[in-house]
Design a protein around this ligand. Structure first.
Ligand SMILES: [Zn+2]
Length: 418
């Protein structure tokens, strides 16, 4: 009648796929295709590893951000995008397969945690979606109003349940809720949308965690603070309370009975930021909070070209292609060092080899030292003794010597091949 062509789901709106039903993995393949398309234009193999890292950080990793801030992207697609970024990192745009010397999960950690600071897209996706929870609980606006009317109603966030009839986007938000709830506490006003047991509202921990024994046998498991206040904070239990639990109950009552409700709406507060407000950055950072700190300040704070910094970082991971590392990866060439015919390893190449010893002896002579360092750890003691005042140049010197020795090794290896 209108002379229009029939369309098919999903359609694209402002670059984002939109569908009446759940989007499938195949609908998201466009994300990886976008990355690949961008790679086509780059002369990846002509770039240094530093240049490639910069491009991954500034461009490849930010392409999917817009979609990730609205949808929970399937894990398969995240894996595909990781593969594309990983391949570009190690082998540039070329098809020739190269060794991937460090695990991607290590590279995609913040620098503070020992990685290269490339974004972990899955964790970024979860962090971006958590922001919607903050908006639902805190913000005012049309979207919030619709969501509150349709899904939240007078419920606490922790009570909302997954339903097949919900919109797929809302169900995805329910999947990331657990991450959000870990970082927010409630500032109770009228107590209507704060759960008595599950939400932290008097102190940093939830009452469920403060009094786990009482929570297990309590009859009022899903109760808001407002309704508990209405019944005079009276709890009923499935079993008799022994003396220990009686004491716990008394302690709990001490907390609750002194509490007075206000009139205003309950309000969330974010505990992982200084301002009390949610930020994607703080959420993302928290995903790595349990991992040990490994700041590598000496490498990242020194003024050096990025490719040299990454080279020093790779040495630290024992992951440059010395012959012992090549052998571990199934290579079957001559494992001996080209200068002195001993087994070649990182420590050999940079300190124990006759060529390295020669270079270090010369350096020692210049700085007036009577010995030379024989390992990376020893270097730092050694250099502090002989050049105590030039601390900011120590890393530059070490990187310069290592880079020169490495280039020399590669040059010799290439000559021999010819
Ligand atoms: Zn050697």
């Amino acid at each position: 009648m209108f002379n229009c062509a029939m369309g098919v789901w999903p359609i694209k709106y402002l670059g984002v796929p939109v569908s009446g039903s759940r989007l499938h993995v195949k609908d998201w393949l466009i994300l990886d295709e976008k990355l690949l398309k961008r790679l086509d234009g780059w002369k990846g193999s002509a770039l240094s590893i530093g240049g490639r890292t910069t491009l991954i950080k500034t461009c490849l990793s930010s392409i999917p951000i817009y979609c990730m801030s609205m949808y929970l992207i399937p894990k398969t697609i995240h894996k595909k995008m990781d593969c594309t970024r990983k391949r570009f990192f190690w082998q540039g745009g070329g098809m020739k397969k190269k060794y991937h010397l460090v695990k991607w999960c290590k590279i995609a950690k913040p620098k503070q945690k020992g990685g290269l600071g490339i974004h972990d897209l899955r964790k970024m996706n979860l962090s971006l979606l958590c922001k919607w929870w903050w908006k639902v609980e805190k913000g005012e606006g049309l979207w919030q109003e619709i969501v509150r009317k349709k899904y939240v109603k007078q419920n606490c966030s922790s009570h909302l349940k997954y339903k097949a009839t919900n919109s797929p986007v809302w169900n995805d938000l329910l999947k990331v809720r657990e991450y959000y709830l870990k970082g927010r506490v409630m500032v109770v006003g009228n107590g209507k949308i704060t759960d008595f047991w599950l939400d932290p509202w008097c102190g940093a921990a939830a009452l469920k965690d403060k009094f786990p024994d009482l929570y297990i046998i309590c009859n009022e498991k899903f109760c808001s603070v407002a309704s508990m206040a209405q019944r005079g904070w009276r709890l009923t239990f499935r079993r008799w309370l022994d003396e220990e639990k009686q004491n716990q109950l008394r302690r709990l009552q001490d907390i609750t009975t002194s509490f007075a409700l206000g009139r205003e709406r309950d309000c969330p507060r974010w505990i992982w930021g200084k301002t009390g407000r949610f930020s994607v950055k703080s959420m993302y950072k928290h995903f790595f909070s349990e991992e040990a700190n490994e700041p590598n300040k000496k490498i990242w704070k020194t003024k050096l070209p990025l490719k040299i910094k990454i080279f020093m970082w790779l040495i630290q991971q024992n992951s440059i292609l010395t012959k012992d590392n090549l052998l571990k990866r199934g290579w079957n060439g001559d494992s001996k060092c080209m200068f002195c015919r001993e087994d070649e390893s990182i420590i050999h190449l940079f300190f124990e080899c006759s060529m390295a010893k020669y270079v270090w002896s010369m350096v020692a002579m210049v700085v007036g030292g009577d010995c030379r360092p024989s390992s990376f750890d020893q270097f730092w003691y050694w250099v502090k003794i002989f050049m105590p005042r030039a601390e900011k140049f120590h890393m530059v010197g070490l990187a310069g010597i290592c880079w020169a020795l490495w280039k020399l090794e590669i040059l010799c290896a290439l000559k021999r091949k010819r």
